[in-house]
Design a protein. Structure first.
Length: 101
């Protein structure tokens, strides 16, 4: 799970430093996503995201960690880190080896 988070964090750095930002506004005051700094500057500095926004992000991630992204035993998990918990099945097991490649 942590490896995937690290991969997404790296990809986020690459994308935002390339100048690609979400369209629209981040709040009702009209601040655009592109108006905030990249990387650490988004959390600390003159162009930082307001503390309330950072708190919302951390609380949401904490909620996902505590209630959604958990490993429920005996629900069809095939390997460590398989968080489908018997819920999402795209039929991978029914594909033949040639289709999987």
């Amino acid at each position: 799970k942590h490896g995937r988070v690290a991969q997404l964090a790296f990809l986020g750095q690459v994308v935002t430093r390339a100048g690609i930002h979400l369209p629209g506004n981040i709040d009702y005051a009209g601040h655009e996503f592109s108006s905030f700094g990249n990387g650490w500057a988004a959390l600390d500095g003159p162009n930082a995201i307001p503390q309330e926004g950072v708190s919302q992000l951390l609380l949401f991630v904490g909620l996902l960690e505590a209630s959604v992204m958990i490993d429920v035993p005996d629900t069809g998990n095939e390997f460590v880190g398989d968080f489908r918990n018997g819920f999402i099945d795209f039929g991978w097991d029914t594909f033949d080896e040639e289709t999987k490649l």
